[in-house]
Design a protein around this ligand. Structure first.
Ligand code: ADP
Length: 407
């Protein structure tokens, strides 16, 4: 136990002298203050945080019970022992009810008195230690919180800088790429016109430029999404017509047969036709990329009361189980999934953008995939009753190249 500081309050001068002496003899390192009245005691208590207080109950002026009530207000943590006269059980009960730590009956039995006081002091000192530890812990927690907040801010700044860099880089790449594409086209035409075999080389160059354009376009879309600047131009759109158009173009590009399974002649939904075409192109491109050149790809549309569904099925390599929870994450590519057909181009943005586009339309995208058997991606969108005045084939192709200016 640390050095303890005790206050004894009694109007009996003899006791006020005897008790401290008894304590000095029995308790090590004790410091005892005395007060001859409750009033004097209160002045002391206001200044000193005692380890324990001992007070007689019967005193002229303010008695021990009233003093106890004041102590409970001023120093609720300080244990207080009250001294009662012999047989004054009622007072003793009142003392305990009033929050006294213990009561000591006269004539005071020294051993009991000292033992009870020691327990009181110990309880008070333990409580102080706990409070100190709690303060230290709270300070640690506050320091930790401040560190986490500072690190989070730093991280957010770095992420913002990264997004800005990506957006600027993609924009800066786009313009020279458009010039190179135009020049390559002119060069190829001239070479073909002059019957020169190098025309074939330039055609391959154009293919590479096309893929780079798609990549830049994905990077720009990724930046637009992150910046919350991806805009949609939604209009009533016939899903069946849109699928036919995309399948025709993609079938030519990927040189495969893509089947369309559409039980209805038309199916209307409210979408941005360019963006929904982009969704379908991404899904067909993946189906082609991750399946052998001769494996079939099927696109299907169907509906129920409130929704239309668009699905793309391939008989390709499927998605490894471990990769399945992650394929919609930005820049995620399944580590061991080899591209089966076409170029290896892809940075893991395709499905991220696809899901974002679908969700922006109020839809959902899900998939099922059996490794080695193939995958089916299904997009569900709100259905629209066939509008009377809308022409079929109002959808158009091509992305909104210059819709915003993300940087
Ligand atoms: P990318 O194709 O550019 O790598 P995506 O975001 O389009 O990026 O796809 C993420 C990953 O999901 C791909 O790396 C691939 O492993 C897997 N994946 C997507 N579609 C298919 C599919 N139809 N069949 C098998 N794996 C697929």
């Amino acid at each position: 136990m640390n050095r303890s500081h005790i206050l004894i309050v009694d109007d009996d001068a003899a006791l006020l002298q005897a008790l401290p002496q008894a304590l000095q003899l029995r308790m090590r390192q004790v410091r005892v203050d005395t007060a001859e009245s409750a009033q004097v005691a209160l002045e002391r208590i206001a200044k000193v945080d005692y380890d324990a207080i001992v007070s007689d109950i019967k005193m002229p002026g303010m008695d021990g019970l009233a003093l106890l009530a004041h102590i409970r207000e001023l120093r609720p943590e300080t244990p207080t022992l009250l001294i009662t006269g012999h047989g004054e059980d009622n007072l003793a009960i009142q003392a305990l009810r009033g929050g006294a730590y213990d009561f000591i009956q006269k004539p005071i039995e020294r051993e009991y008195f000292v033992a009870s006081l020691q327990r009181a002091v110990q309880a008070r000192q333990l409580r102080r230690q706990v409070e100190a530890q709690q303060r230290t812990l709270a300070a640690h927690a506050a320091a930790l919180e401040a560190t986490v907040a500072a690190r989070t801010r730093e991280l957010q700044d770095v992420l913002a800088a990264k997004e800005e860099f990506m957006s600027i880089a993609a924009h800066e790449l786009k313009t020279p790429l458009t010039s190179i594409k135009a020049l390559a086209q002119i060069t190829r035409k001239r070479l073909v016109h002059a019957d020169r075999p190098e025309g074939e080389l330039v055609a391959r160059m154009e293919g590479a430029i096309g893929r780079m354009e798609l990549l830049v376009s994905d990077l720009l879309d990724g930046a637009r999404i992150e910046a919350g600047k991806l805009s949609l131009r939604q209009e009533p759109t016939d899903l069946v017509a849109l699928c036919r158009q995309v399948i025709d173009e993609q079938g030519t590009d990927t040189q495969r047969t893509i089947d369309l399974c559409a039980p209805e002649a038309t199916l209307w939904t409210q979408v941005d036709p360019d963006r929904l075409s982009q969704v379908l192109i991404n899904l067909i491109t993946n189906a082609a990329k991750y399946s052998p050149p001769n494996a079939p790809i099927t696109v299907g549309v169907d509906h129920d009361e409130a929704t239309v569904r668009l699905w793309v099925r391939d008989r390709g390599i499927g998605i490894p189980l471990a990769a399945q929870p992650h394929i919609f994450e930005r820049f995620y590519r399944a580590p061991e999934a080899e591209v089966q057909t076409g170029s290896r181009l892809g940075v893991g943005l395709g499905l991220y953008i696809t899901r974002e586009l679908v969700e922006r339309h109020g839809g959902t995208i899900t998939f099922t995939s059996d490794p080695g058997q193939g995958s089916t991606f299904t997009v569900t969108l709100p259905r629209l009753p066939a509008p009377a005045s809308v022409n079929e084939g109002s959808g158009h192709q091509g992305r909104h190249e210059d819709e915003d200016g993300v940087n």
